[in-house]
Ligand binder design. Structure first.
Ligand code: GTP
Ligand code: MG
Length: 319
């Protein structure tokens, strides 16, 4: 089943950003370098479209460097878009963001006209970590869990330079099913909103195709042309002693191991999607969504006709 997570505080964040944006000079949107397409929030893009935006592929230290280069080239080729890679906990590269903000809004940055920067992105992507690195102190709370920041917060970086930390935001309906799985694997989705077993199977499905050696090295499992996500999850469970009475494999435990170790980068540097793959998923997701909408409209039309709220279409045409 497709994963969705849009708790009430995200709706409030969406409202807060749409108000705040009026007084913002530059938007920094953090993406997860392990899933740049899936972690780009279409709703945020809409809300912040009126302001210069810098896309930051954060957690690049966990991502496959070759694929990160593909994503940077992809974003930097788009009109009025600039993208850079980052490990938000490293001070020197993070400070480059300040220069990038000055380049995007050259008239701002004085006491009279301060630079006002909004930092936004999906949950757990590293927004608060970046702010703490930039300010050099624990100005805002961080943690390895989605939903740590609950309300918008303004931090003064220097005279004439303000940063706004915002709570992580997803969008009301994730139409690309694979994005839901990738977001859940990365830690962006609340832990009660998905099945670990389902997410681990989808993750293994990608890893078998893209990084079989990482699975062999970490879990000493044999990947053959016959291997499937299910056989590999069972193998991992067996190897890690996740076994129930009568020798059955504890798939829940095995799934938790796979997800946890992926998040910790114990399998090495991994990126779950390339720009071309994501474009394919998005096109398929949009098609399915359009078909779903047509069906929904037809049901609604039938309901309105049944309860005589509107006339039949042939009557409207005078037939
Ligand atoms: N390896 C790595 N870990 C990072 C990086 N940036 C942040 N983290 C870790 O990611 C986790 C989430 O960081 P936060 O800064 O709390 O994320 P956030 O975007 O503010 O999250 P919410 O407030 O929940 O939306 C923490 O455990 C950070 O230490 C990075 O560039 N590389
Ligand atoms: Mg935060």
């Amino acid at each position: 089943m497709a994963i969705q997570w849009f708790p009430g505080h995200m709706y409030l964040t969406q409202k807060a950003i749409s108000e705040r944006i009026k007084e913002i000079d530059v938007v920094i949107e953090l993406l997860d370098a392990r899933l740049p397409g899936s972690s780009a929030n279409p709703k945020l893009a809409e809300l912040t479209a009126s302001r210069p935006t810098l896309k930051v592929l954060n957690k690049q230290d966990l991502a496959d460097p070759l694929v990160t280069q593909l994503w940077l080239a992809h974003y930097n080729a788009l009109p009025s878009t600039r993208a850079i890679e980052l490990d938000a906990s490293e001070t020197a590269p993070a400070r480059k963001l300040i220069d990038a903000c000055h380049a995007l809004a050259p008239l701002r940055g004085s006491m009279v006209k301060p630079m006002r920067v909004l930092i936004c992105g999906i949950p757990n992507v590293g927004k608060s970590t970046l702010i703490n690195t930039l300010t050099g102190k624990r100005a805002t709370k961080t943690g390895d869990e989605a939903g740590i920041t609950k309300i918008e917060q303004r931090i003064v970086l220097a005279d004439g330079f303000y940063l706004w930390d915002t709570p992580g935001m997803l969008w009301p309906r994730i139409i690309v099913a694979q994005s839901g799985y990738n977001l859940a694997a990365s830690g962006a989705i609340g832990r009660n909103a998905f099945s670990e077993e389902e997410v681990a199977l989808e993750l293994l499905n990608l890893l078998i195709k893209k990084y079989p050696a990482a699975l062999t090295d970490r879990y000493k499992v044999n990947i053959t042309p016959e291997s499937t996500d299910e056989t590999v999850l069972e193998d991992i469970g067996r190897k890690r002693g996740a076994v129930l009475p009568k020798g059955r494999i504890n798939l829940q435990k095995a799934a938790e191991i796979v997800i946890y170790e992926f998040r910790q980068s114990a399998l090495g540097r991994i990126t779950l999607e390339t720009p071309d793959e994501f474009a394919g998923w998005l096109a398929a997701g949009q098609l399915l969504d359009a078909e779903r909408q047509v069906k929904k409209d037809a049901i609604e039309m039938a309901r309105l006709i049944k309860f005589k709220k509107i006339a039949r279409p042939e009557k409207l045409r005078g037939a």
